[in-house]
Design a protein around this ligand. Structure first.
Ligand SMILES: [Ca+2]
Ligand SMILES: [Ca+2]
Length: 352
């Protein structure tokens, strides 16, 4: 009997069908209580946030070294969303393009199964039935992709999916917050078909023949799983960390990778969030010349209200502080509160 497989099957069935029995109210009650327990000012915000939902889709990961690299990124993304950004594990759908291996951690070991086209379509169909207007939806795509001269495709186990077909899957979905991060080569071609009012779409590349393997997923996974301090994260210096800051922080790190290698960047990330289907290389105004930008020292670019970046700059990332349970309480001060329960941040933990 293949017990890991059986367990994964049971977990998938459970996450596919029984999660819906959890009401959003219960989740909100939980997060409000827990957030209150660690005295987080965002408690009232969390309670009205609806359910944050995510899909992490890694297509066919390729050879063994790439497979391991993508598996690590997926694990970090999963851990980051669940431990630092308020997503509960049962609402983070992971699909991975090859079978789990013995060295994989929970996000891969217990993923929902291969990222076939059919499975992705089924996941989105199910998501459509579940998602509520007050919910947040994050979709993160990793792996390989190709361009046939006319269309970009995600490389999947089995038939690939074209950019416009992928966009169509999500057409018309409406909820409070929508963030798509397409980190593959030729991902710029996914912006137009995904573009919609109220939706932030970020791609690792231009809508051009940027067909080389991308780095974008690496710093994205690092930044989400280990949020940098505000000095780095708050790129536009407005005192809050937003999706714009996430974008700029990741892109800065991508360009630093290429600069350190003394190689020319073969990926130029783009963002569209004004729903017009046209992407913008926003980072140009924020990055210094040595990182491929045109930033002027001491000048913080202003984004016009209807321009790309305006919605991302308003979309705050509510970062959960790291529990301080490992610190030794100061028993002499008389101020230590020994009764405060702390949320677990172990990888793969659910939020029950
Ligand atoms: Ca900011
Ligand atoms: Ca645009």
């Amino acid at each position: 009997m293949n017990y890991p497989l059986l367990f994964a099957l049971i977990l998938n069935l459970w996450s596919a069908d029984l999660i819906d029995l959890w009401s959003a109210d219960l989740i909100d009650l939980w997060s409000a209580d827990l957030t209150g327990a660690v005295d987080q000012p965002a408690a009232s915000v969390s309670a009205s946030r609806g359910t944050p939902r995510a899909m992490i889709i890694c297509g066919h990961p390729g050879d063994e070294s790439h497979r391991d690299m993508y598996a690590q990124s997926v694990q970090k993304l999963h851990d980051g969303l669940t431990s630092r950004y308020g997503f509960s594990a049962e609402h983070v759908r992971v699909r991975f393009g090859s079978k789990p291996g013995p060295s994989d951690q929970a996000a891969i070991s217990f993923n929902r199964g291969p990222s076939t086209r059919e499975a992705i379509e089924a996941d989105v169909a199910q998501l459509r039935e579940q998602i509520q207007p007050e919910d947040a939806l994050w979709v993160i795509v990793l792996g390989h992709a190709h361009f046939d001269g006319r269309h970009a495709f995600l490389n999947l186990p089995g038939p690939d999916i074209r950019a416009d077909e992928f966009g169509k899957l999500f057409r018309g979905i409406q909820c409070r917050e929508q963030v798509f991060l397409i980190t593959t080569p030729v991902s710029g071609f996914f912006i137009k078909p995904l573009s919609a009012k109220g939706r932030i779409i970020i791609s690792a590349t231009e809508a051009d023949q940027e067909v080389n393997e991308t780095r974008f997923h690496l710093p994205l996974a690092d930044v989400l799983s280990d949020p940098p301090n505000d000095e780095e994260y708050d790129q536009d210096r407005d005192g809050k960390v937003t999706v714009l800051d996430l974008y700029l922080t990741v892109v800065r790190r991508v360009m630093q990778i290429y600069a350190a290698e003394k190689s020319i960047s073969t990926e130029h990330a783009q963002l569209d969030d004004n729903g017009d289907g046209w992407e913008t290389e926003l980072q140009k105004d924020y990055l210094e010349e040595e990182l491929g930008g045109l930033a002027k020292k001491g000048v913080i670019p202003q984004i016009k209200p209807k321009a790309d970046g305006a919605l991302a700059a308003q979309t705050v990332m509510n970062i959960t502080p790291i529990p301080e349970s490992t610190e030794t309480p100061d028993l002499d001060s008389g101020s230590a509160d020994l009764d405060i329960p702390m949320p677990s941040t172990e990888s793969g933990q659910t939020t029950e």
